[in-house]
Design a protein around this ligand. Structure first.
Ligand SMILES: Cc1ncc(COP(=O)(O)O)c(C=O)c1O
Length: 411
C-alpha cells in the first residue's frame, strides 16, 4: 500500500497533518467535497488495495485471489472490532447499512402486537422496514417523543415507554441522515440493559466521525456503512452482534451455507459467530477496501477526527446563520457534521446544480426522508452539507460564501 504512513503526524499537536491527509486524497484536487454523509472521498490506500485485488482476480482467478489475501480479508472483522471495542467474531460484513439492518430485523421473531420502540428521527428505510413488519406481522410501532426544544429524543419518556410496553425491539439512529442531531444512544442503552431489552443502533452517520464503542452504548446490534465517514468504498456495510444476542440464538431468517452448517438432511446449525449474518459470496475487493479504510481511520485517530469534523460543521453553521434567506435546521447541544439548511426562494435541484457548477458537492433531503422532523421544521426539502476532517477552513468559508451568494440572488 503506497503512502500508507505518509499522512499521519507523529506529534500530539497538531493531531492531523492536513497537507499530507489531503495529498492522500485524490478527490481533494478536483472538488470541494461536502457530501461525506453521502460517501466520503476514499484515500489512496483504500483505492489501491481494491485496484490491486481486482487485478489479482483477473490474473489468477477470483477464488484463488481471495485465498491469497485471506489474512487481509480477515482484517475486515479485526479492524472493525478494534474500531468498535469488540471482537472479530461479533462483526458481519453486509452490502450496505440497510442490508445489515434488515438482516438484523429478520432475526427477531415478531408476533402480532409486539412493540418496536423507536424515535421520530430514525432513518427513513428503518421506518419503512418497521411499517412493513407492521403490515406483515402486526407489530406496533411506538415513537418516543422528542424534547420540547427539538434537541433529540426525551430519554425519560422513552424509558417510561420501555417499562410500559416491554418492546421486542428498541431501535435508535445515532445521527440521522436528515440533520446533525446526535441522539443519546448510550443513555438509552443503559435503560435497555437495565430492562434487558433488545437494542439496535443505526450508527451509519456516526461511525468514522466519532469514537463509537458498542460496550459503552450497551447495544445488542449495531449497523453502519463503510462508505461515509469511514471513507471506504460504496456497496459495503456491517453488523455488530453482541455475545448476548449470539448466545440467545438470534440468526437471520434467510441463513445460508456460510452462516450455518447443514449437519443432517433435516437440520442445520448456525455458526457461533456473527458470520451467521453474512452470506457466502463476498465482494472481496470491497471488503479489502473497507479494512483499509478502517485501518486508515484508526491511524488518523477517532479523537482528533471527532474534534475537527463537527467543528468544521460548526464554523459553517455559524457563517450560514448570518445569511438572510437561509435557515439552519440542526438542533441539539453539539450537532454532528451534517449541516442542513432551508433556503428561501429556491427549488431544490437548481440550488444543488448551482453548487455543483461551482465544484461544491452537497446533497438534498426531502420531506419523505424525515416525515416527523421536516414536518416539525416545516420544510419540504433541505440542502445537506457534510464536511469531514480533510476539508479545510478555507473550503468551509468558500462553501458558505457560495450559499450566501446564491441565497442573495433569489431575493
Ligand atoms: C442514518 C442512516 N442510516 C442508514 C443509512 C443507509 O445506509 P445504506 O445506504 O448503506 O443502506 C443511511 C444512509 O444515508 C443513513 O444516513
Amino acid at each position: 500500500m503506497k503512502n500508507e504512513n505518509s499522512a499521519f503526524s507523529r506529534s500530539a499537536e497538531p493531531l492531523l497533518d492536513l497537507t499530507a491527509l489531503r495529498a492522500d486524497t485524490p478527490g481533494c484536487e478536483a472538488v470541494i467535497h461536502f457530501n461525506n454523509a453521502g460517501a466520503g472521498l476514499m484515500p489512496r490506500p483504500v483505492l489501491q488495495v481494491m485496484l490491486d485485488h481486482l487485478q489479482l482476480e483477473a490474473a489468477i482467478g477470483g477464488y484463488e485471489a481471495s485465498a491469497a489475501r485471506a489474512a487481509e480479508v480477515a482484517d475486515f472483522h479485526a479492524s472493525l472490532a478494534e474500531l468498535l471495542g469488540t471482537r472479530p467474531g461479533n462483526i458481519a460484513f453486509a452490502a450496505s447499512a440497510t442490508h445489515a439492518y434488515t438482516k438484523a430485523l429478520s432475526a427477531i421473531d415478531f408476533r402480532p402486537g409486539d412493540v418496536i420502540l423507536t424515535t421520530r428521527n430514525d432513518f427513513i428505510s428503518n421506518q419503512i422496514a418497521f411499517l412493513s413488519l407492521r403490515k406483515r406481522h402486526g407489530v406496533r410501532i411506538v415513537h418516543a417523543p422528542d424534547r420540547p426544544d427539538g434537541s433529540g429524543v426525551d430519554v425519560d419518556a422513552m424509558a417510561a415507554l420501555m417499562r410500559a410496553h416491554r418492546p421486542s425491539l428498541v431501535a435508535v439512529t445515532h445521527v440521522p441522515t436528515n440533520s446533525g442531531l446526535v441522539q443519546p444512544v448510550a443513555e438509552i442503552g443503559r435503560h435497555c440493559r437495565e430492562l434487558d431489552l433488545l437494542y439496535l443502533v443505526d450508527a451509519c452517520q456516526s461511525v468514522g466521525q466519532y469514537p463509537v464503542d458498542v460496550e459503552q452504548i450497551g447495544c445488542d446490534l449495531l449497523t453502519a456503512t463503510c462508505r461515509k465517514f469511514l471513507r471506504g468504498p460504496r456497496g459495503s456495510g456491517f453488523l455488530y452482534v453482541s455475545d448476548r444476542a449470539l448466545a440467545a440464538g438470534y440468526e437471520p431468517l434467510h441463513i445460508d451455507m456460510h452462516g450455518a452448517r447443514w449437519v443432517a438432511p433435516g437440520y442445520y446449525r448456525p455458526v457461533a459467530t456473527a458470520a451467521r449474518f453474512e452470506e457466502w459470496e463476498f465482494p472481496y475487493a470491497t471488503v479489502l477496501g473497507c479494512a483499509a479504510a478502517v485501518r486508515y481511520a484508526l491511524r488518523v485517530g477517532l479523537d482528533p477526527v471527532a474534534r475537527r469534523t463537527p467543528a468544521l460543521a460548526g464554523r459553517l453553521r455559524e457563517h450560514l446563520a448570518a445569511v438572510p434567506g437561509v435557515r439552519t435546521l440542526d438542533r441539539g447541544p453539539a450537532p454532528a457534521a451534517l449541516v442542513t439548511l432551508a433556503i428561501e426562494g429556491w427549488e431544490s435541484e437548481p440550488f444543488k446544480a448551482a453548487l455543483d457548477a461551482r465544484g461544491i458537492n452537497s446533497a438534498l433531503s426531502y420531506r419523505e426522508f424525515a416525515q416527523f422532523d421536516f414536518a416539525d421544521k416545516d420544510v419540504q426539502w433541505c440542502l445537506r452539507l457534510s464536511p469531514h476532517y480533510y476539508n479545510t477552513e478555507d473550503e468551509v468559508d468558500a462553501v458558505a460564501g457560495a450559499v450566501a451568494e446564491l441565497a442573495r440572488s433569489a431575493r
